[in-house]
Design a protein around this ligand. Sequence first.
Ligand code: ATP
Length: 366
Amino acid sequence: MATLKLENIFKSFGETEVLKDINLSIDDKGFVVFVGPSGCGKTTLLRIICGLEEATSGKVFIDEEDVSNAQPVDRGISMVFQSYALYPHLSVFEYIAFPLRVAKINEAELKERVDRAAEILQLTDRLDFKPGQLSGGQRQRVAIGRSIVRNPRVFLFDEPLSNLDAALRGDMRVELAKLHQNLKTTMVYVTHDQIEAMTMADKIVVLNDGVVQQFGAPMELYHHPTTKFVAGFIGHPKMNFLKTTNTVVDGNELKVNIGAETISLPVEIGETKSGDIIELGIRPEDLRLSSDNQGLSMNVEVVEHIGATVIIYGPAAGNDDFCAVLPGDTLIHPGETISLLINSSRCHAFNSQGIALRRKQVAEVS
Ligand code: ATP
């Protein structure tokens, strides 16, 4: 049981400021994922939470207790790292039991705690094995087992799946989600993979350049990104962006021309004036094939058949990397020119600073 609060966290390495005023409140039993590009400060923030790194300024609270100056071992936190180097001479049992031996836990309780962790992680029949006899996924589970036996108040995971192949990553995602449901412990998970973030998190923190861009539930970030950065980072394939210079404010409607089409955007006008440059955001899945050459013209360069969907890439409306996701049975070939209809009610609009224009309430969206 633990809430986690970060208050005005700043961190500099020499002259370089890598975390800039981070403020977050993480609920008890929450599963929060820090996501962002390489170098944005995710690991540094995680290390500050567990006490391996000292913040330049700011405070860390666990259950309202200020632990900013507490030693890592006194914070009740356990961290699972990306590289889970297991000692080759230790059996799975001894590896998991190691922190309990260090803490001089009596043999009966030690065995009970290791057995329970092994059961949760489906490692009971592997307890006598050595690391060399385990698969990558099993090794990662052993590393997690070593954290579980310590009964931490908070689990921290630093890219624990990045060394696994794609199929195993998918399996482990599901296992970690189940683990969270079983243990009901607060978890903070770092990744640069937005699919891991979307699939596992209760809430996602999108970080860029040491700043929290947005903190919210996965689908809130997908439907209501507050910045162009979040819009481009969350969702796969990425959102398409089109720069428009022909903005028209018409009553309380904001309209733009895309190709031969005029579309009315589902956003508040705010400060926007006719002629302002607006960047339009269109998710690839919010496009469909036009049957009568109406809509946005696209030159298809690459066609990827995924099965249920087909993903096509090529230039459209001045964007050389435009992308559309269409039903899997759509017959399209590289070299064709196609027309796409835009679901305008799902479009996004960003001002010249990359800030999203506020979306109209659903009832107002035509
Ligand atoms: P990645 O996904 O690549 O692991 P990250 O988002 O976790 O990246 P951090 O490891 O937190 O990023 O690093 C943030 C920035 O701080 C980087 O520019 C990095 O070079 C810098 N940095 C991290 N640790 C140190 C250090 N000990 N000394 C100097 N600079 C550091």
